[in-house]
Structure formats: structure tokens, C-alpha cells
Design a binder for this molecule. Structure first.
Ligand code: FAD
Length: 420
């Protein structure tokens, strides 16, 4: 067995949640991460994401929990309104979110910013670039970037989301791994037309759900407009073309009343427009040689799970910890990372596949039934039992990945030992 410095240089593709969280923890373990992000700067925008269960403990260990608490959405509740804007029923945030005491909620963009600020001094970030080609020769990975630069890294991690470029280059076409769950989601910032403060307003139509919310951190004059619509088959569009996506969104909601026409029109001026299919990424394995996938790139659980961000954070913590525990031996570390993560990921994906069907309802009478439930639930004697059942299911999924303790002692070249 030859003793060599372990696999210290790690290229991470994607600077959203999973990538910077991994970089933070790898740096603490003594590795040298570099993050490449195709966007010219850190991307803002996105919806509010839950930090629940295991992810709360992960954030504590990453040292970012206090900042998450400070940037909490701090929502107080939500209400359903009818087409005339009349409140049909309302519920406090805990029932909506299935949250336990420690859990929190933060805007995705705020979380990405916290992680980036924590790492930017210690980690090399390459914005506005992307991996064009990579070649794993068994001893390292030669990477050619879109910019034309060429570099060699010990390991490469694809943390580049549901439409992962790294996955495509190493494992093949995304369509082999994507399971469409029958709906699309769009979200963007617009004027606070409904005058909301820490409140979410929902309006359901057959096969569609619109919600508008303003969180504690939102500027007083802005709100988030969120649209979900069912579509039996996948739509054909370029996921890098926001104008095409805005047209698809407008078509899907054409002719709808309530505030919908004005809310849709706000998309034109939004610089944080997000649009994507609600879909899972399901793969038999997450690594190949010296390349491994993380977060949505490996196992997107979709917004229907409410756990995609938590799984991305947990996966980053586990992957970095396993690399350190194995003194950089990627074969051992990648296998253990997958063994620890996979059962929890699969539970959350099953949960998402079930819940995706309930995000929208298909007819007016089913909407009327749902509104009746929303209206009567706060007054029923079983209110607490129902809330507990919702919370227990969500909490089981949120605690599904067991968390080990990993020492953050740096990997030193003297002690590192990689079988070759
Ligand atoms: C701007 C934005 C808004 C989002 N909004 C929502 C939302 O409203 N609802 C929802 O369910 N999920 C949303 N997501 C996805 C959500 O963040 C993830 O489900 C979850 O947090 C897991 O994060 P991730 O880091 O694994 O992947 P992601 O958050 O998807 O991050 C992937 C990162 O990789 C970057 N990237 C992509 N291609 C390349 C490439 N070729 N080279 C380098 N970098 C690349 C992306 O720009 C992004 O920064 C959003 C993601 C982004 C980036």
C-alpha cells in the first residue's frame, strides 16, 4: 500500500445549497474545494424551503443555524380565498408546514447566500463557467471548462441540480433518471398586491393552485407569486429560456380570474423567475469512479417532498464526513455516503410522489370539498389529532437519514492513506 496525500482537491459543480454546504464542510476537514457555477453570480430567488428534522441538526453542526433563525420566514399562517377574494378558511403555519418545535423555514436564496458568505474567503468560486468535458483516468479527473481552462482535480462532485450537467456527462441523458410527477411549478417576486405580511394566500382552481406570500424578510412592497398546474404529459421547452417558460405559464392560466391575470403579468419584470417540472431523479447509483452526485443532481425529491433542501444539506454533511473518515479514499466514502443516505432519500421520494397528486385537485366539487375541510378543520374536536397525523408523517420523513458524528480534524498528508 502506498501512502499518498488523500484526494484533497475537489471540484464541485453548482453553487446553490448542496455545493456550498459541501465546500464548507470539506474545507473544515482539510480538503481543498473549488466551486464552479454557471450563473454569473450567486442566484437569488426560489421558494421558501423547510429546514426540518435531521437538517436542523446538520445546520447546527455546519454552524449556520443561528443565521437561519435570523433569516426565518416567520410565517404566521395562510388562508384560502375564493374567486371573489373572500376568505374560505385559514390555518396557522404549524398546521400548514407540519413543523416540530426546532424546525424552521427560510427563503432558498437566503440559505444559498448564508452558505456562500461562510465559504467565500476559504473556497475558490468560479462563477460564469461550467464543466464542458471531464476525463477520469483512475488517478484523477481532467476537467475542461466552457471557458477553455483545463485543470486536474482528485474528485468531482455534481451538485448542479435536477438538470445536472455533471450527471449528463458521466451517467447520460437526464430522461433516463427523471420521473415526472404530473405538474409544473413557477415562482417569482412581484409587487405585494394583496398587502400580505408573514401570510400566504391560496386560491385553488381545477388542476391549478396559486399562492401569494410575503415573508418576514420580504420587502414591504414585494411578495412571491407561486403557481402550480397539472399537465398530463411533460411540456417541451428549453429549461434555460425564461421567456419561453413565461409564455407556458401564461398559457396555462389564460382566462382565469381572481388576481391571476395581474399576478401572471408580474412575471415579465421578475429577475428571479423560476419554472420547473415537479419531478424526481431516481438513480441506481450516485457515483462512478472519482465522480459523485449530490443533492437534487443525485436524487431530486421535488418541491412536493418539502425535503429537497434538507436532503441536500444532509447529503453534503454526510459526503464530506465520509470522505474525511475514509482519509480521502473515495471508494469507501462514496459507498458509505450512499448507504447512509439512500433509504431516507427513497422514503422522501415515495412521500413526494403521493403528495404531488394532492397539490392540485381536478374538479370544482373536489375543490369545494377541500374548502369545506379547510373551513371546518379549525373548529373540529379532532383538529389536534389531524394536525398530529400530518406532522408525524412529515417528521418521519424529515428524520429518515441517521446522522453520525464526524470529527472535523483536517486530513493531513502524513496521516492520509489511500489504497491505490
Ligand atoms: C434559483 C433557484 C430557484 C429555485 N427555486 C425553487 C423553487 O421555487 N421550488 C423548488 O422546489 N425548488 C427550487 N429550487 C431547487 C432547490 O433549491 C433544490 O431542490 C434544493 O435546494 C437542492 O439544492 P441543490 O443545491 O441540490 O440544487 P439546486 O438548488 O437546483 O442548485 C443547482 C445549482 O447548480 C447550478 N448549475 C446548473 N447547471 C450548472 C452547470 N452546468 N455548471 C455549473 N453550475 C450549474 C445552478 O445554477 C444552481 O446554482 C431552486 C433552485 C435555484 C437554483
Amino acid at each position: 500500500m502506498t501512502h499518498t496525500p488523500a484526494n484533497k482537491t475537489v471540484l464541485i459543480s453548482g453553487a446553490s445549497v448542496a455545493g456550498p454546504a459541501l465546500a464548507l464542510q470539506l474545507h473544515r476537514h482539510g480538503f481543498t474545494p473549488t466551486v464552479v457555477e454557471s450563473a454569473p453570480e450567486l442566484r437569488t430567488g426560489g421558494y421558501k424551503v423547510d429546514i426540518r428534522g435531521t437538517a436542523v441538526e446538520v445546520c447546527r453542526r455546519l454552524g449556520i443555524l443561528d443565521e437561519i433563525r435570523a433569516a426565518s420566514t416567520d410565517m404566521s399562517g395562510g388562508s384560502y380565498v375564493d374567486a371573489k377574494g373572500r376568505t374560505v378558511g385559514q390555518m396557522p403555519a404549524e398546521i400548514f408546514g407540519g413543523r416540530a418545535e426546532q424546525d424552521d423555514e427560510i427563503m432558498r436564496g437566503d440559505l444559498a447566500r448564508i452558505l456562500y458568505e461562510r465559504t467565500r474567503e476559504d473556497v475558490e468560486y468560479l462563477f460564469g463557467d461550467s464543466i464542458a468535458a471531464l476525463h477520469d483516468d483512475g488517478d484523477g479527473v481532467d476537467v475542461t471548462f466552457e471557458s477553455g481552462a483545463r485543470r486536474r482535480f482528485d474528485l468531482v462532485v455534481g451538485a448542479d441540480g435536477m438538470h445536472s450537467n455533471t450527471r449528463r456527462l458521466v451517467f447520460g441523458d437526464e430522461r433516463r433518471f427523471r420521473r415526472y410527477l404530473g405538474a409544473y411549478i413557477s415562482i417569482f417576486t412581484g409587487p405585494n398586491r394583496l398587502g400580505l405580511t408573514r401570510w400566504e394566500t391560496y386560491h385553488a382552481r381545477p388542476d391549478k393552485l396559486v399562492s401569494v406570500y410575503s415573508t418576514a424578510g420580504e420587502q414591504a412592497h414585494t411578495a412571491k407569486n407561486c403557481f402550480v398546474f397539472a399537465a398530463p404529459g411533460e411540456l417541451s421547452y428549453d429549461h434555460r429560456d425564461p421567456d419561453a417558460q413565461k409564455r407556458l405559464l401564461a398559457d396555462a392560466f389564460a382566462g382565469d380570474d381572481w388576481e391571476i391575470p395581474r399576478l401572471i403579468a408580474d412575471a415579465a419584470g421578475a429577475d428571479d423567475f423560476y419554472f420547473d417540472a415537479i419531478a424526481l431523479i431516481e438513480m441506481d447509483r450516485w457515483s462512478s469512479g472519482r465522480v459523485v452526485l449530490l443533492g437534487d443532481a443525485a436524487h431530486c425529491a421535488s418541491p412536493a417532498s418539502g425535503q429537497g433542501t434538507g436532503l441536500a444539506l444532509t447529503g453534503a454533511y454526510v459526503l464530506a464526513g465520509e470522505l474525511a473518515a475514509a482519509h480521502g479514499d473515495h471508494r469507501t466514502a462514496f459507498a458509505e455516503y450512499e448507504r447512509v443516505m439512500r433509504p431516507g432519500v427513497e422514503l422522501n421520494q415515495r412521500f413526494a410522489a403521493g403528495f404531488a397528486k394532492e397539490m392540485t385537485v381536478s374538479s370544482r366539487w373536489k375543490i369545494a370539498l377541500r374548502m369545506l375541510m379547510v373551513r371546518t378543520l379549525p373548529r373540529t374536536p379532532w383538529k389536534n389529532l389531524i394536525a398530529k397525523k400530518i406532522r408525524d408523517d412529515i417528521q418521519r420523513a424529515a428524520h429518515a437519514v441517521p446522522l453520525k458524528e464526524y470529527e472535523t480534524a483536517p486530513v493531513s498528508p502524513a496521516t492520509a492513506c489511500v489504497p491505490r
